[in-house]
Write a protein that binds this ligand. Structure first.
Ligand code: TNX
Length: 532
């Protein structure tokens, strides 16, 4: 009854609205007219409308704690703006009557680990997946289909309508990430959580934390307390710096885990280590502690690769950090070790890889580590040199694509951008989007590519507003590059979907870069006039 009643009401309102203005999308009846980023594999519209109303329940298939948690995650997204008190309940079957149902299916080879099928019927909504991670991605699609004011923190006017149909979707690449450099400038736990929320919204699944560099050591290591007592006490420009206690790090890990995002910790070795060298004199070849450093030069520091204590130090750090990290990777840095002769660098990297393996983790390193003898399952992160990445591939390693000239979130958009650097060029929003992982480096094919990562180095970036300005909207492009098949992508079509994020960014309060290349569309995030 309810849906018939609403159906005729829609007809009436749309006829009225047709006379008043030409807004074709209200009430929504065409699921194909969506602005989902990253673009899904397939969308089939069934030309009806679903309404989420007060009293709707969030049912999850019984027997899974993970689904219960995901149900609560979805409820927490929908509750503040709708004002509905959505209860999350286990259920053995799909309930209709205006409810949402999250369920797992036994087999669907195509969907894989992160795929999902979202079906919006007139009187209920279902997200089905093989794994909970797929449900987590489907939740973001459902979220994006609601009007932007769904992102508000206080109750907004309804109605909360969705066009009916099915979104069937799965990613091209299993690794879709971003990096945050918390060493050059330190960012509080709440900022890291905010960053994680942006990744989650666009179905990214990795956050790589650059936890140590010349200017600061940002993670508590209980067996080497001076790393943070001394080595965390400053940052670029001489500010007060900071670090994460082990509890805080675990809080970040858990927050990410609840969003099906893997944290990859990086301890950059053997260069980029001045903060450690300043905290413990014995890590230096001359046995003397260095001064703390607050500038932005690179390549001047190195651990003393010949000293045994250096490997004891690394073993302790990798052990403590690995114990707190459920993800399978440990990033050993390895970039720009300009003060470490290659004849010392190679045996050093060989030995550090063994340490990582001994603590049960898989090695990732910047592309320079391919000079060493890579261990099984090592991953090379391409940022600068084709030759290094190819060397890695020849040794059987897989590659994460982070080409500085395309994917560095700290590169300026153009010559007028105040923040950022431009040593790798300017990266306007179109240039950040218009490339493909498998055709970037001749000789590196899709099978050898794990995925994409966009790093944000923080020499010039000091707070969340500045992070947002450099990251949004380019991040959405990298999310789509990792998720969507290249044959389904084009800048001309993407920029329209991106322009339609205008209201969502505003409701979320994001200080994004309003690129002149994007047709930003102010659709007014408020409820349509005729409904008031
Ligand atoms: C190069 S990329 C670096 C970083 C800097 C960055 C600035 C890489 C592996 N190393 O140390 O922060 O450039 O864009």
């Amino acid at each position: 009854m309810k849906s018939i009643f609403f159906g005729s009401l829609f007809l009436l309102t749309s006829t009225l609205m047709g006379g008043l203005n030409s807004c074709k999308s209200y009430p929504p009846t065409d699921l194909a007219q969506n602005n989902i980023i990253p673009k899904p594999v397939s969308v089939v519209a069934t030309r009806g409308t679903f309404e989420l109303s007060e009293g709707a329940m969030l049912y999850v298939q019984e027997g899974s704690d993970e689904l219960l948690q995901l149900g609560q995650y979805l409820a927490d997204i929908l509750t503040p703006a709708t004002g509905f008190s959505m209860a999350v309940k286990p259920s053995s079957s799909a309930p209709s009557g205006g409810n949402i149902f999250l369920s797992l299916v036994d087999v669907d080879n195509e969907l894989g680990e992160e795929g999902y099928e979202l079906t919006i019927h007139k009187d209920w909504v279902q997200i089905a997946a093989v794994q909970p991670a797929g449900i987590a991605r489907g939740i973001q699609t459902l979220r994006q289909l609601f009007p932007p004011r769904i992102e508000a923190n206080e109750p907004q006017e309804g109605p909360w309508l969705l066009a009916t149909g099915t979104v069937r979707d799965f990613p091209q690449y299993s690794f879709r990430g971003a990096m945050l450099d918390v060493a050059r400038h330190f960012f509080q736990v709440k900022d890291v959580k905010q960053y994680i929320d942006y990744l989650a919204l666009y179905k990214m699944n990795v956050l790589h934390l650059h936890l140590s560099d010349d200017q600061g050591w940002r993670i508590e290591i209980k067996s080497w307390p001076n790393l943070t007592q001394h080595g965390a006490s400053t940052q670029v420009g001489g500010g007060e710096g900071g670090f994460y206690t082990q509890e805080e790090y675990q809080e970040i890990v858990q927050y990410a885990q609840e969003r099906y995002i893997t944290i990859i910790p990086e301890i950059d070795l053997p260069g980029h280590t001045n903060a450690a060298l300043s905290s413990y004199p014995e890590l230096n070849c001359d046995g003397k502690a260095t001064e703390l450093y607050t500038g932005t030069k690179v390549g001047f520091s190195t651990l003393c690769t010949k000293k045994e204590v250096v490997y004891e130090f690394i073993d302790d750090v990798v052990r403590e950090l690995s114990e707190m990290t459920p993800g399978k990777y440990f990033h050993i840095g390895g970039d720009e070790s300009l003060s470490t002769p290659l004849k010392d660098y190679i045996p050093f990297v060989n030995r550090v890889q063994q340490i990582v393996l001994s603590h049960g983790k898989q090695v990732i390193g910047w592309d320079e580590i391919a000079h060493a003898r890579l261990v099984e399952n090592a991953v090379v992160q391409y940022w600068a040199r084709d030759k290094n990445a190819l060397k890695g591939v020849e040794q059987g390693a897989r590659v994460i694509m982070s080409p500085a000239a395309k994917a560095y979130l700290d590169m300026k958009y153009d010559s007028t951008t105040v923040l950022g650097l431009h040593w790798a060029g300017y990266i306007e929003v179109d240039a950040g989007y218009n490339w493909d992982l498998a055709s970037l480096v001749p000789g590196i094919e899709q099978e050898q590519i794990l995925g994409v990562e966009a790093p944000l180095w923080s020499e010039t970036v000091t707070n969340m507003q500045e992070i947002e300005y450099m990251v949004i909207p380019r991040l959405l492009g990298y999310a789509e590059i990792g998720w969507t098949h290249p044959s389904q992508r084009s800048w001309d079509e993407y920029k329209v979907r991106l322009g339609n994020q205008h209201d969502r960014f505003n409701v979320l309060g994001i200080n994004y870069y309003p690129s002149p290349l994007v047709p930003w569309k102010d659709g007014s995030a408020a409820a349509p006039e005729t409904e008031k």
